[in-house]
Design a protein around this ligand. Sequence first.
Ligand code: F6R
Length: 260
Amino acid sequence: MEIVIHESPEQLARLAASVITDTLRTEPHPVLGLATGSSPLPIYAELIRLHRTDNLSFAHATAFTLDEYVGLPPDHPQSYHQVIREELTTHIDIPDTAVHSPDGDLTRITTAGERYEQDITAAGGIDVQILGIGTDGHIAFNEPGSSLRSRTRIKTLTNQTRQDNARFFDTLNDVPIHALTQGLGTILEARHVVLIATGQAKADAVAAMIEGPLTAACPGSVLQLHNRATILIDEAAAAKLQHADYYRTSYERKPSWQRL
Ligand code: F6R
């Protein structure tokens, strides 16, 4: 894991955007994995800015969201199908047909996970996966107890996740109970994962992910097994790390030729 601690979420967003920019400029058919939620929003704002001011093009890219609520129609304002369009993809030049999310329709739910995995494989696998982390340590919607090798499937959201996400809905009861989510095994296959976490509410989960044991009790800890995981955190999210000074020094002393 490479851990980058920075005071400013905007600076973290610029770093994450630079990874995506490199991929867009070097891969003929770049495949992006996109998280929803609040954490990646500064990254998406930066990508939109680069598209508008620097001619950054997504015309040949394909995108896959990490997850989708089960039972929300695609045009529901809180479906991730809709959210990712709202927050990013309608503001850049990626073709709408190249933006995928798991199929949360109840009538097709039993095959949705397998179909999503096939779509990711057919696209050539994910080059860069953007991630956030939940206060309970989940990545995507792999809640505590998730198999470390899991594939895209249905998961029951924890009460904590439903409460955390209630801010996007009118009432807690409106937050779906189930989600389709890429598995931890699916995420491990992305060629580069970039996780962003900001704010004091994430400090425990971040410490467990980076310095705790590898355990299904903290699904984010599976990233300890990834050979290219970049963890971008602000000072508040870094507050409970024992080795924060070492991570700061390593980043300061990073050879200039070495990119994220
Ligand atoms: C969203 C997702 C989740 C979020 C996590 C953090 O697609 O997969 O794992 O990244 O719940 O959410 P925020 O960023 O809203 O704190």
